[in-house]
Design a protein around this ligand. Sequence first.
Ligand SMILES: Cc1cc2nc3c(=O)[nH]c(=O)nc-3n(C[C@H](O)[C@H](O)[C@H](O)COP(=O)(O)O)c2cc1C
Length: 320
Amino acid sequence: MIRTPLTRWFDLTTPVIGAPMAGVSGGELAAAVSRAGGLGMIGVSGSHPASFVTEQCALPVAEQLPFGVGLMIWVLETRPDLLEATIAAEPSLVSVSFGDPAPYVGPLHDAGIAVCAQVNTTADVHRALDAGVDILVAQGTEAGGHTGHRATLPLLQEVLTLTDRPVVAAGGIATGAGMAAALVAGAAGVWIGTPLLSSTEGLNAPALRERVRSASGEETVLTRAFDVAEGAAWPERWPGRALVNDFSREWHGREDELRETPEARRRVVDGRRTGNPGDAPVYAGESVGLVTTERSATDVVRDLDAEAEKALRKVPKLLA
Ligand SMILES: Cc1cc2nc3c(=O)[nH]c(=O)nc-3n(C[C@H](O)[C@H](O)[C@H](O)COP(=O)(O)O)c2cc1C
């Protein structure tokens, strides 16, 4: 069994966190990750009502499984109800990412809830440490969804020089050997999103899952085009990594023009409604080429853990 400060903290049997992914990871997906001994997280966005948080959190709770909730700071600024519903659901861990976590750490700690934050730059690290965040998640640009511009491994190495608090690696980790590499580099765990995008327990539509399974690792783009089209108030410093599609081919890099072109913007809104992967954003990371089958998230995490243990057992053999 792999033991790290993360497994000890949350009483896990594998140092794997199932990333919060709004629109994909609800309570069922989180429960499936936790059933494998990891910590599953529920992704919450500004389009969710507080009742979504309450209902989805009830699913892992019903099985007495540990779980976490991922909140977006720029959303919380106008939606304090999401924080209140989260605290009331008593998760083990709450992620407050994409903004300044300072106002949220106190209320979460007062409720006995551990706090983590995804960081994309060294300035983010200092801000999170000053705010009293317990666990830092070094999120590389390889990650699916909204992210920064630095790659996982150099970011992880640098974050580890800045803190003694547990650091979890996120972005591009999708095999046991990759997980072992992050742990050997000093991470206390891995935070996986893309490997769960074709899970049977996900909230994402079957057509979008199928698109994920057929995509190669060269087919992603880091873009603001979808946010501009949907009128999302995402701060500019976090573009989203999504699969290249007809819409991104036409509009990535032309966001100013897109703002003034309502017909084009409507394509994305309609594409999301009808589940058309040609126009809808399909957020996915660079490890997407490794996701080729539809499987339970429990099996994904179990296999990742078993393969990582195998890879770690080989490490001493590298020494003469
Ligand atoms: C479809 C999708 C939705 C996401 N939604 C959220 C979210 O709601 N909150 C959040 O903090 N991160 C979100 N992320 C980012 C993940 O938490 C995580 O950083 C990323 O998936 C890790 O990299 P990987 O995709 O290479 O495994 C999302 C990622 C994806 C792929």
